[in-house]
Design a protein around this ligand. Structure first.
Ligand SMILES: C[S@@+](CC[C@H](N)C(=O)[O-])C[C@H]1O[C@@H](n2cnc3c(N)ncnc32)[C@H](O)[C@@H]1O
Length: 279
């Protein structure tokens, strides 16, 4: 692949998804795009770049972009955010009028593990507190990548995937085994809905959420894109809601609107703005 091809292909990915691919990741283009080249009968990435410069290449550009997203996820990833949420959801439940659903958004949900982990947590909370059990919890999972959303909707996971992060008791209680795979139980899946959505697009139609999980996607963005997405996420958050970021991510230094919740790393509220709205 020539340097010009690298610039063209990574430029398309950056423009469409925000993801930055560094020059030392050229191998990633070679390996992940090989099946696409084969299917399209293209001899090289240079030929792909030429094809993408031609008219009516939009679908191909989107397919390429999706193939270059990293979709790694696991149940109850990093532990700590879910422990915080275990205390935060009951507080939200007490703060909301009866009948109003708690709205939760798993932005960049990949194959759905964050969304299903939150739903499992909601079931656990409902089993411990009949009051919480009456609260409707709606979980929206979104991602730019159609293939992972299909997997999220199917709710079917491999042995390897369920072994990462799920205690055996939870696995047996919340999944049913289907040959070598495990299917999330219908009552856990029922709270979750999955839709395609680009975080760089217009997010206003989503309304506001009590909780937003947006983990392990901002790390792929450059600073201006990160700041722009964080600002859009802040707009989607209820004044007393919380935004959960990944362990390696921060909103600090990205504008004044989001402030870490006291004593928490990676959990943010609207800080000054929320104070102003409450005043
Ligand atoms: C590493 S996964 C994170 C999954 C999950 N949030 C977690 O922490 O385990 C990152 C996901 O972000 C998605 N993604 C990348 N760019 C995106 C964008 N611009 N809009 C929406 N999703 C995007 C990818 O398709 C991928 O599924």
């Amino acid at each position: 692949m020539t340097p010009a091809t690298f610039t063209v292909l990574t430029g398309i990915v950056k423009q469409r998804s925000g993801g930055v691919i560094n020059p030392d990741q050229g191998y990633m283009l070679e390996t992940r795009l090989a099946p696409l080249l084969k299917r399209e009968g293209l001899p090289s990435l240079d030929a792909l770049a030429a094809r993408l410069a031609a008219p009516r290449s939009d679908t191909l550009a989107q397919e390429m972009t999706e193939l270059l997203t990293t979709n790694e996820s696991s149940f109850f990833r990093d532990g700590r955010p879910f422990e915080h949420l275990r205390g935060f959801l009951p507080a939200l439940h007490r703060a909301r009028p009866p009948g109003m659903p708690l709205r939760i958004w798993s932005a960049a949900c990949s194959t759905g593990q964050d969304a299903y982990s939150i739903s499992i947590l909601a079931s656990e909370l409902g089993e411990a507190d009949p009051g919480f059990a009456t609260r409707r919890v709606e979980i929206l999972g979104t991602d730019i990548c159609g293939a992972v959303l299909e997997r999220a909707r199917a709710g079917l996971f491999t042995q390897f995937e369920v072994q990462r992060g799920l205690p055996i008791r939870t696995l047996l209680k919340r999944f049913t085994q289907e040959e070598t795979r495990w299917r999330i139980r219908p009552e856990i899946a029922a709270r979750c809905r999955f839709e395609r959505l680009n975080l760089l697009g217009d997010l206003r139609a989503l309304g506001r959420f009590d909780v937003i999980f947006c983990r392990n996607v901002l790390i792929y963005f450059d600073v201006p894109t990160k700041a722009r997405v964080l600002d859009a996420l802040a707009d989607r958050l209820q004044p007393d809601g919380a935004l959960y970021l990944g362990a390696a991510e921060t909103a600090l230094g990205m504008g004044a609107r989001l402030a870490p919740l006291p004593g928490e790393r990676g959990v943010y509220g609207l800080g000054m703005e929320a104070e102003r709205l409450r005043a």
